[in-house]
Design a protein around this ligand. Structure first.
Ligand code: ZN
Ligand code: ZN
Length: 412
C-alpha cells in the first residue's frame, strides 16, 4: 500500500503524578525507555487533555475524542460500544446495556451479582433469551466474557435515560428501571421493556438445563440478567470516510475494540494480548506492523499501565512502560520512512488515585516533516517544553491527517 501511514500508539492510563516510592518521579519519568525518548527527541511534543482540561476521561470517551468524535455529541453510555465490541450489530437508535448474569432467590433478592463467576455455557443461556419480542421491541442479547453480556433493544420510540436494574450490591432486591425524567415517554418505554426483559429472563433461566446442572454441582445459577449503563447508539460517520484513511485497531479490551468497530475500523485480534500486566506487548507490535501492510492507519491500545494504576502498583506500571518501550523500538525499526508514530495515552491513571484522573498526558508526533522541538524525554513534565504545547484529544486526528497529507482543505 502506497502513501504515508501512521500508528497511533496509546498507553492506556499511562499518565501519572509524582510517586513517593519512585523518588517523586512519575512511572514514565522513572522508567528506562530509550525508544519512547527517541520519539520525543526526534519528534514534536506537548501535553494533551483527552477531553478538556481537568475532565476525567473514560477509555471509551477518550478514544472517541482521539479518533475525532466529540464525546459530548455522541456518547450517552458505554452500552453501545460494549455491545459492538462483542460482535453485536448495533444500529443507530438502538438502546444498548451492559449486563451481568446474576443469581437471585425467589424473592428477587440478588444473592450473587456474578452468578458464581460463571465461565461456561453462557452462550446457551444467552441463546434462550436472545430475540425476545416485548411490545414492538426486539431484545437482542449476547454473552461476553465470564458473567457479562450485552442487551440491545431495537424498536421505535426508545430513550436511553433510564436507571439500572442491577442494585450494584448483593442482598438487595432487583431494582425496577425507571426513566430519570418522568415526563420522558421514550425512556419510560425503555424502562418498561427492560423490566419485562428482566422478568422474562428469570422465568426462562431459572429452569434452564445449564442452571439445573450448576445447582446440582453446588454452584450459583445464572438465573437472571441485570442490565445497566443504558446508552443510545449514535450515528457516527465511518472513520475511513471522515479522515481519508484505511484504519485498523489492535487492542486488548472489548471496550476499545467496541469503539473502533463502531467507527468502522478493522479489528485485528491478537490472542497473546490478554489485557493484563502479563500481556504479550511485542505480539501487539508485530500485529501493528502486519496491519500496516494493508491499512494506512493503525490504532494500538496497550492496556497494562492502566491496570498498574488501578492496582496502585507503581513498579508494575514502570515495568509495563519498559516492555512497551521495547515494542516502540520494534515499530521504529520496522516501519518505512513515510510512517508517522504518535505516542500518547488515553488518560492518566495515577497509582495514588487508583482511577482515572483529569491530569493531562504526554504526546509526541514522530515522522517526516514534523517540527522537531527541544523536548528530549517522553514524560509528563518534559513534554511541556514541546512545540505542541497543550492540545486536546479531538485535535489529534487533524494534526495527524494533515501531516499525512490526506486532509481536505477547509476553505479555498
Ligand atoms: Zn483507558
Ligand atoms: Zn482504567
Amino acid at each position: 500500500m502506497e502513501g504515508p501511514k501512521a500508528i497511533l500508539l496509546i498507553g492506556d492510563g499511562l499518565g501519572d503524578r509524582p510517586v513517593p516510592e519512585l523518588g517523586f518521579r512519575t512511572p514514565l519519568e522513572a522508567a528506562e525507555k530509550p525508544n519512547m525518548d527517541r520519539l520525543a527527541a526526534e519528534g514534536e511534543c506537548g501535553i494533551m487533555d483527552p477531553i478538556a482540561p481537568g475532565v476525567r476521561a473514560g477509555s471509551d470517551t477518550s478514544h472517541l475524542a482521539l479518533l475525532g468524535y466529540d464525546p459530548y455529541q455522541c456518547y450517552t453510555g458505554r452500552g453501545p460500544f460494549e455491545a459492538a465490541g462483542i460482535g453485536m450489530d448495533v444500529k443507530r437508535g438502538d438502546i444498548a446495556f451492559r449486563c451481568n448474569f446474576s443469581t437471585v432467590n425467589d424473592g428477587m433478592v440478588v444473592t450473587d451479582r456474578r452468578a458464581g463467576r460463571i465461565t461456561e455455557r453462557t452462550d446457551q443461556l444467552a441463546a434462550s433469551v436472545n430475540g425476545l419480542e416485548i411490545e414492538d421491541v426486539t431484545c437482542l442479547f449476547k454473552e461476553s466474557v465470564a458473567h457479562r453480556g450485552a442487551l440491545v433493544l431495537r424498536g421505535p420510540g426508545l430513550g436511553a435515560d433510564v436507571t439500572d436494574t442491577d442494585p450494584h450490591v448483593e442482598n438487595s432486591k432487583v431494582h425496577r428501571s425507571e426513566p430519570t425524567n418522568p415526563d420522558d415517554s421514550a425512556s419510560a418505554k425503555t424502562a418498561r421493556i427492560v423490566n419485562e426483559f428482566v422478568r422474562r429472563s428469570y422465568e426462562i433461566l431459572k429452569d434452564h438445563p445449564v442452571n439445573k446442572a450448576r445447582m446440582a454441582a453446588g454452584q450459583n445459577p445464572a438465573n437472571i440478567i441485570l442490565p445497566r449503563g443504558a446508552g443510545l447508539a449514535p450515528h457516527l460517520t465511518a472513520l475511513n470516510e471522515r479522515c481519508n484513511i484505511t484504519s485498523a485497531c489492535v487492542a486488548e479490551t472489548g471496550l476499545i475494540k467496541g469503539v473502533a468497530k463502531y467507527v468502522g475500523m478493522k479489528i485485528v485480534d491478537v490472542p497473546e494480548a490478554t489485557g493484563g500486566l502479563d500481556s504479550d506487548i511485542m505480539a501487539m507490535g508485530r500485529a501493528v506492523v502486519k496491519a500496516l501492510e494493508d491499512h494506512s492507519f493503525v490504532l494500538c491500545n496497550v492496556k497494562g499501565a492502566d491496570v498498574g494504576g488501578h492496582d496502585a502498583k507503581p513498579q508494575a506500571k514502570v515495568e509495563v512502560i519498559q516492555r512497551m518501550d521495547v515494542m516502540v523500538g520494534y515499530l521504529i525499526e520496522n516501519v518505512d520512512e513515510s510512517t508517522y508514530i504518535v505516542l500518547t495515552a488515553d488518560h492518566s491513571t495515577p497509582v495514588s488515585v487508583k482511577d482515572h484522573s483529569g491530569d493531562p498526558v504526554p504526546i509526541a508526533f514522530w515522522g517526516p516533516g514534523v517540527r522537531v522541538d527541544d523536548c528530549r524525554h517522553f514524560d509528563e513534565r518534559s513534554v511541556t517544553k514541546g512545540g505542541l504545547h497543550r492540545i486536546r484529544g479531538i485535535d489529534v486526528m487533524n494534526i495527524l491527517t494533515q501531516l499525512m497529507t490526506v486532509q481536505e482543505k477547509f476553505g479555498a
